[in-house]
Design a protein around this ligand. Sequence first.
Ligand SMILES: [Zn+2]
Length: 406
Amino acid sequence: MKAFKYRLYPTKTQSEKLDWTLARCCELYNAALQERKEAWNGCRRPPNFYDPEWRSEHARDYHISFAEQCRWLTQIRKEIRPDYQHIGSHVLQNVLHRVDKAFAAFFRRVAAGSTPGYPRYQSKTHYDSLCFPDSAGWKLKENRLRITGLGTIKVKLHREIQGTIKTCIIKREGENWYVVLSCEVEVQPRLPYTDLAVGIDLGLLHFATLSTGDTIENPRYLRRREKKLKAVQQALSRKKRGSHRRRKAARLVGKCHRKVANPRQDFLHKESRILVDCYETIVFEDLRPRNMSKRPQPRQDKDGTFLPNGAAAKGGLNKSINDAGWASFIRMVRVKAESAGQSTVLAVNPHKTSQVCSACHKEGPHKDLSERTHTCVHCGIVLDRDVNAALNILRLGLSHQAAQVA
Ligand SMILES: [Zn+2]
């Protein structure tokens, strides 16, 4: 399955109608959730739904199924809420399906022994997509999307759709609308077959350094637009809760975030595509940026006075880490490699990859972040610091791979 996302350009009336539809779907979601919750609570709350034995015995007595809710929906649409007749029945059933899925996930995790949160009510501002689970109710013809009861909406088809379309999702992001088409695409073996392996060091100076010596430069979208974002966020925090001005300011913050996030996604997609198309085996360091973003330990001298611990410098570092989005980059490479069907993506422990020499494999002294070149004290080789690390990562990855095969 592959998803294709396109921008929609509805007219004012159309986007109002879409908002109206989403509000109805949200109401239905919450009502269906409440119904299940109340059934579960019964006359009195049952002893403990985290107790597996009790649950397996009694769960059925309190359970309302998806099929039951669908039946009631038909009745409700006919007798109590005729406004719901303007929305396709499959779209509404999909809402009930989401509730069903939320509960299924909840019970699966309870069964697995964890204590998950109970499915929650959705707010009208956060419930922002509706799904056509099959081909009924919508039709895409050239750059026009036809939706029953809504008319035709202009679509910006910025790239070709592949495969057969299975589902159609209309999505609201801030004041923008999108259509997401999930398509079934056959895995195409990639040609020509290459046998190249590459190690990749993710860094701050360059977004990534390849063991071949190439670099991918860091686009600092966030830095550039950070000032603006900060200003609008401050403006938002000054506004009174629930006020009209606050809503307006929140919209602006959302817009600024999207202006950072969308070009970043685009950059990551393009670079990950190039990697997967060029290399057979791709080795990353297992960075876990989440761990790296932690605050540095405070340092104190003998009298208990606090010494500089580099928090400010690390703050700048953290910003770049989050800015760069390494984690989502690695994820994209993985996904693309999987659908290419041939590339292998490996992650290795990056411990000491900058100290060890990639030529003689001997360990050198610790390097400061500011030291940009690797000069080996044993064999005398001079390399760029990041290229040296990338070569080490590649070697580690290949030896792991060899060990797995053997
Ligand atoms: Zn050396």
